[in-house]
Design a binder for this molecule. Structure first.
Ligand code: KG4
Ligand code: ZN
Length: 329
């Protein structure tokens, strides 16, 4: 819940433990969990904020990209609220919301470079304003988070494994393993992480690291951290070389919590005389606060939707189908 661009209250439910049993997100279970939690979370939010639903003056909802069943659950709830309360509905691009989340803690500056790195997406944007995003590059196959999660599976770590791999890597200073920095021999800003994923999964098998602990495992994790961080940093540098007017980099998504990704990008931006901004860890992973904030920015600029708003699954382009709202003060 956001008021004047500031967070009033937030609630969050995680399904990670459920999906961990299967080693990855099971879409049908994800939608059912959304359905189970969405009502109680909304009640908890109102209780925390001390407000009644009637105090809300607009409702923002993640319209995609994402898993369709989960998006539809949120969409139905948001449309119900919009209809019952007679307030505007604002459909928010989930990836844009990740990149704008920094604005809950810092003054946003535009234009800027946006790098979103999560379990499902790895994309680079030129951000002209909170509403106007130009995609410069994307992953052609797996996202960077998928590398951590699938390699983590091969190591016998619980899903999602990014954080555990990062912690093991941070405890290690030496390194003998070296993984490829994939898909750099080209002049585009796209990524391809499936080869690195396969190489690291295979190597984990050869080294017999499944269920192991100790020095070998930590060195392996450090090498993986470095390969992912280097690849992201190199493409971000190229994006900035092609867009020299950009002085700010917004880093977002679950993998933005990675220590080495943060370190390399922050150092690079500092060398250029610019800065990297990344949300606090709680705002890096999927959360409703960032959706509310992005919705607030859109509403402020007069953008919204009506009840025909559609959920857009992963892989389909999100249309620019805003309608003009009355500007909010
Ligand atoms: O943005 P997010 O919470 O969910 C979506 O994928 O939309 O990102 C989750 C991803 C998972 O792949 C998880 O392993 C990864 O973020 N992750 C990390 C770290 N913390 C979470 N990856 C590397 N290092 C971390 N510290
Ligand atoms: Zn996300």
């Amino acid at each position: 819940m956001v008021e004047n661009g500031r967070l009033l209250a937030a609630t969050l439910a995680s399904q990670a433990n459920l999906h961990a049993i299967f080693g990855g997100v099971v879409p049908e279970l994800a939608s059912r969990e959304h359905l189970r939690f969405i009502g109680p979370l909304f009640d908890e939010l109102l209780a925390k904020s001390g407000l009644k639903a009637a105090a809300l003056d607009s409702i923002a909802v993640a319209r995609g990209p994402g898993l369709l069943g989960s998006l539809l659950t949120g969409m139905a709830f948001a449309k119900g609220l919009a209809l019952a309360l007679g307030i505007p509905l604002i459909g928010v691009n989930h990836l844009h919301a990740h990149l704008l989340a920094c604005g809950l803690e810092h003054e946003l500056a535009f234009p800027a470079l946006g790098l979103i790195v999560s379990g499902g997406h790895t994309e680079i944007y030129r951000m002209e304003s909170p509403v106007d995003f130009v995609r410069l590059g994307r992953t052609l196959d797996d996202a960077a988070g998928e590398v951590f999660d699938k390699v983590g599976h091969a190591l016998g770590l619980a899903y999602p494994a990014g954080r555990a791999i990062d912690e093991l890597a941070q405890a290690e200073s030496s390194q003998t393993e070296k993984f490829p920095r994939p898909y750099l021999g080209n002049d585009n800003l796209d990524f391809s992480f499936s080869g690195l994923k396969t190489a690291a999964v295979n190597r984990a098998g050869v080294l017999g690291l499944h269920g192991q602990s100790g020095h070998m495992l930590a060195m392996f994790c450090r090498a993986l951290n470095e390969a992912v961080a280097d690849t992201l940093a190199i493409k971000a540098e190229r994006a900035l070389a092609a867009n020299p007017d950009l002085k700010t980099l917004y880093l977002a998504g679950g993998v933005a919590a990675n220590s080495m990704v943060r370190e390399k990008l922050a150092a690079f931006m500092a060398r250029r005389g610019g800065k990297m901004l990344v949300p606090t860890k709680a705002l890096c992973s999927d959360n409703a606060a960032m959706i509310a904030y992005a919705g607030w920015l859109l509403a402020k600029a007069g953008y919204g939707h009506d009840l025909t708003l559609e959920a857009i699954p992963r892989g389909r382009k999100i249309p620019d189908d805003y309608i003009q709202l009355q500007k909010q003060s």
